[in-house]
Design a protein around this ligand. Structure first.
Ligand SMILES: Cc1cc2nc3c(=O)[nH]c(=O)nc-3n(C[C@H](O)[C@H](O)[C@H](O)COP(=O)(O)O)c2cc1C
Length: 404
C-alpha cells in the first residue's frame, strides 16, 4: 500500500439511489487503510442505507439534513467545517437530483451547501435508471457540473436494479477507490505524457496446444502502468497473457507472442513520450510451428530448432526520437548490475531496472520487488518494497533525471 493512500480525510456524500447499499463496503475498505471518513447523507439516502451502519463503520456521527440548520452543536457550522476538513469530497451514488443541485449551485441542503463551500476536489459518481441518465436534463446538468470543475465519473453499463440493462450502474468499489487515489495522488507530474508499458510473459507455440513461456505474472508492469495513471499520464498497457485484472483507467492491448508484442510496441511507441519495457519477452521461438497437435508416435526423443525473436527494446532504442525516454527491465540471475549496464548501453536505453530473479521476494510472481536502477545520467539507486512502491519510486527517478 502506498503511504499516501492512508490517513486521508475523505468526505463522503450519499444520496438517495438504490446503489447506496454498496457504500458501507467502500467506507469499510477506506477505514481498513486508516483513512478518516465523514459522511453526509441526504434525507432520501437514509431510506436505502442507515445512518447507524455508516456511523458504526466510520466511528463518527453521520451528518444528516437536520444537522444543517440545527443549533444543537453550538458554534459549529457543519457545511463549513466539513468542507474545510475534507481533502476530497466524493458523492456516491449521486442522484439525478443531486447532480442538478451541483449544476445550479443550490445550497438549501447540507450536501449542496458543502459542495459550494469546499475547496477540495469534488468527485461525483452518478447512478440511476438508464432513461433518467440519458434524459437531456440530466445530461445538461452533468455537462454543467463538469464545466464548474466537478469531476463527474460516468456510470457503468450493466444490469440495473430497476430491471433495465444499460448505462447507469455505480462502478464497483475497486474502481471508486482507484479514481479516488488518482484524485488524491501527491504527484501529478505525468499529466499530458503518453506512456507505453509492456508487461507479462509471451508465449511461443510449437503446435496449437504447446508453447514455451515463463512465469511472469505481469504484476510489475501493471504497477508501473497504474502508478503512471495515478500521476496523470495517458497510459497504454501492451500485455502478454496473465491472470490478473488490468489496472483501471489504462488502455490495454492484448498480445500473445513476442512478434505480436514487437508489432504492437512499434506501432504504439511512435507517439509515446516514455516507453517502459517491463514484459518478460521470450528470446526464442520455434523455427517451425505445426498446424496440428504433435503426436507422441514413439519417437523417444524430439529435437526442435529455436530461432531468435526480434529484440523489441533494441528496435525502440534505435528508432528513439529526441526527448523520448526508454526504460528497460533486466531480469538477471548472475552479475545483475554488469549485465543490466551493458544492456542499457547496447540498446540505447535511458534507464534500466535490474532485477535479481534469484533473490527472495523479488522478480516473477512475487508481490514485492527489490531492484537496482541505473540511469544513463550515471545515477544508480536501489528500490525495494511492494511492486507498487517500487513503481512509484521508478517514476520519481524518471521525473528527477529526465523530466525536470
Ligand atoms: C426505490 C427507489 C430507487 C431510486 N433509485 C434512484 C437512483 O438510483 N438514482 C437516482 O437518481 N434516483 C433514484 N431514486 C429517486 C430519488 O430517490 C429521488 O429523486 C430523491 O428525491 C433523491 O433525493 P436526494 O437527491 O436528496 O437524495 C429512487 C427512488 C426510489 C423510490
Amino acid at each position: 500500500m502506498l503511504k499516501w493512500k492512508t490517513n486521508r480525510k475523505v468526505l463522503l456524500g450519499i444520496s438517495g439511489g438504490i446503489s447506496a447499499y454498496k457504500i458501507p463496503d467502500v467506507v469499510s475498505t477506506l477505514k481498513k487503510y486508516n483513512n478518516d471518513i465523514e459522511v453526509i447523507m441526504t434525507r432520501s439516502a437514509s431510506s436505502f442505507v442507515t445512518p447507524l451502519s455508516l456511523s458504526t463503520l466510520t466511528g463518527k456521527k453521520t451528518w444528516m439534513e437536520e444537522d444543517f440548520l440545527s443549533d444543537q452543536r453550538g458554534w459549529e457550522i457543519p457545511h463549513i467545517s466539513l468542507a474545510d476538513w475534507a481533502e476530497v469530497f466524493v458523492i456516491a451514488p449521486a442522484t439525478a437530483n443531486v447532480i442538478r443541485r451541483a449544476a445550479f449551485g443550490e445550497a438549501e441542503t447540507l450536501l449542496g451547501a458543502t459542495m459550494l463551500a469546499t475547496r477540495a476536489p469534488v468527485v461525483i459518481f452518478p447512478a440511476m435508471n438508464i432513461h433518467m441518465w440519458e434524459h437531456p436534463a440530466t445530461q445538461r446538468h452533468v455537462k454543467m457540473s463538469g464545466e464548474l470543475g466537478y469531476i463527474v465519473i460516468p456510470p457503468e453499463e450493466g444490469f440495473l436494479a430497476c430491471g433495465y440493462e444499460g448505462k447507469g450502474r455505480l462502478p464497483k468499489k475497486e474502481v471508486i477507490l482507484e479514481i479516488l487515489w488518482r484524485v488524491l495522488s501527491p504527484k501529478r507530474d505525468l499529466i499530458g505524457k503518453k506512456i507505453i508499458v509492456t508487461s507479462g510473459p509471451t508465449r511461443e507455440f510449437m503446435d496449437p496446444v504447446r508453447f514455451i513461456s515463463n512465469p511472469s505474472s505481469g504484476k510489475m508492469g501493471y504497477a508501473v502502468a497504474r502508478t503512471a495513471w495515478y500521476r496523470g499520464a495517458d497510459v497504454t498497457l501492451i500485455k502478454g497473457p496473465t491472470y490478473i485484472e488490468p489496472p483501471f483507467g489504462v488502455r490495454t492491448i492484448d498480445v500473445t507472442t513476442a512478434q505480436e508484442m514487437y508489432d504492437a510496441v512499434l506501432k504504439e511507441s511512435d507517439g509515446a513520450d516514455i516507453v517502459v519495457k517491463a514484459a518478460a519477452v521470450g528470446d526464442y521461438r520455434f523455427a517451425h510451428t505445426l498446424d496440428q497437435k504433435l503426436k507422441r508416435e514413439g519417437r523417444g526423443r524430439l529435437e526442435v530448432i529455436l530461432e531468435e525473436n526480434p529484440d523489441i527494446a533494441a528496435e525502440v532504442g534505435k528508432r528513439k526520437r529526441q526527448g523520448q525516454i526508454l526504460v528497460g527491465f533486466a531480469a538477471e540471475s548472475t552479475e545483475v548490475v554488469e549485465n543490466a549496464l551493458s544492456k542499457l548501453n547496447k540498446k540505447n536505453m535511458d534507464m534500466i531496472v535490474a532485477n535479481d530473479i534469484t533473490a527472495r521476494g523479488s522478480g516473477f510472481e512475487s508481490d514485492t520487488n527489490s531492484v537496482t536502477v541505473i540511469c544513463k545520467t550515471g545515477r544508480t539507486s536501489r528500490l525495494e518494497g511492494s511492486k507498487e512502491e517500487v513503481a512509484w519510486g521508478l517514476w520519481d527517478i524518471v521525473e528527477a533525471e529526465f523530466l525536470s
